[in-house]
Design a protein around this ligand. Sequence first.
Ligand code: ATP
Ligand code: MG
Length: 587
Amino acid sequence: MTQITRMSTLYAPTLKEVPTEAALASHRLLLRAGFIRKSATGLYSYLPLGWRVIRKIEQIVREEMDAIGAQEMMMPILQPAELWHESNRWDDYGPELMRMDDRHGAGLCLGPTHEELIADLVRNELKSYKQLPTTLYQMQSKFRDEIRPRFGLMRSREFIMKDAYSFNVDEESLHESYAQMSKAYGRICDRLGLRWRAVDADSGQIGGSTTCEYHALADAGEAELVSCSCGFASNTEVAECIPHPTSQGETELRRIETPGVATIADLAAFVGVPESSTVKALVGKDAEGTPVAVFIPGDHELGEIKIERAVPGFEFMTDEEMEDAGLPKGSIGPVGLPEGVRILADRSLEVIDGWLVGANEHGFHYAGALRGRDFEVDEFADLCTAKAGDACPECGNALEVNRGIEVGQVFELGDKYSRTMGATFLGKDGKEHYFQMGCYGVGISRCMAAVVEQHNDEYGIQWPASVAPAHVCVLPLVVGDDAVQPVAERIAAQLADLGVEVVIDDRKERPGVKFAEADLMGWPLQLIVGKRGVADEEIEVKNRQSGEKTTVSFSAFREALTFASKAKSRLTAFLDSIGNVAVPSAR
Ligand code: ATP
Ligand code: MG
């Protein structure tokens, strides 16, 4: 039997107005429906309903972790600086790491992730190959001093993460743990009711090589993903980009006066060619301060991660720096660049003869600039961000672009941390070996926002039954009425007996208010008990997701209860039979 939740005493303060900064549906609705409240930038309280959803998400994640043999534990949030010095991340992690000193002056940080802490833990405890593989996980608040905390729970400074770490004897065993974990992540996304995609990704701060991100598809997502019907899918940050620059056709070097041409769009329009026939220049410097001119097809953008890989420490030059280096902004080209400027170009430009590009003089461009004759390129590399219509690197078909919210990521770390931190075990051969490690994160609190982002309409949230704060809301339309109230209470009690989580709106509010708030809070099923219905021995049933309303007689309702009470999964049976509510792939 479950507890009945009473709206008359529930702490779920709803809002009519929300701050204008709440730009996303998930942020707005979680505030409006009284699920979360902001305490400061990037810091949120979960009110009772929000906390229930968090616990449901955690439970789904827990079940899937336990099902693959991972063991739940808990590590301290506060971590000693020494461990981060050992891995060199005290310096490498940058200002996102929240640091402090204790009263003795010892450095500490609030954990943004736990590779160091767990590597330290096991290096003294997991001693033999016989104990491997072992996977440990925890669910806990993490801290990152994000440069731009925003969108409510989506990018906050304190957030809840599930982080798991596997310890393996060799690469093969690591691949197995990684594959199992990847499958579990797919099941988690399914059970959260998410439309999702797993994509190739960058390993960023954490390090390692093989990695995959799990994204909930949503227009509001901060990430951009490319995918193809052949199965290829990648974060655009790292997707191999195959642009199709088009030759402008000219091969004689021709200097063109281009007054007022400041952008690629201007240039293309001025010359009367598509943007893909122009060559865009970007100017920066490498870690040593050497100027680098980067050329890419005019219809593409430079990829941040890709340029960092090609030119470590790359930074764009400021206008003054460009001026000082004799580089006229808006008119940069490879022909006649000042001495000492390194020239880098996107691979796709290797086959283009006759570049339409800046002439290194304000108000002038060149057409027909030919590599080998008019200029040289020091290095070609994959530099652009892939976009819709570019060729799929696996099959050549046109790529599709979607936006996504990263809800999880899995990594094969290899021995990156075990080596720097000296974490070894005794192998079968009697020798010490470094652990092969994997790490696997799910953003629990971000998941809540992602679910709302995918499941809402103009009236409010439409929770999938698997994570809803309660399954059914019983709405007695006239509270205190001798006929209505007892029927509603009885229904709620019967549902609670069955194990269905039920809310009863026992407030003395107008029906309109109750309907609006039930829709806003997003209970999957509403059972409406009115005076006339009771007289006719029937209730109204509303499926929040589909909006479908049906009238169910008392006897049919009793039958559904009896049927469900005998079913293996009572909840699923009841929701399905009475309101056509699906529970996303219940375990
Ligand atoms: P992002 O690229 O969005 O900053 P990340 O790649 O740095 O995230 P990971 O280190 O992979 O994050 O952390 C695991 C998971 O924790 C992420 O997949 C995401 O769901 C969640 N997460 C990370 N940063 C935040 C944050 N600031 N607020 C809420 N959730 C977060
Ligand atoms: Mg990530």
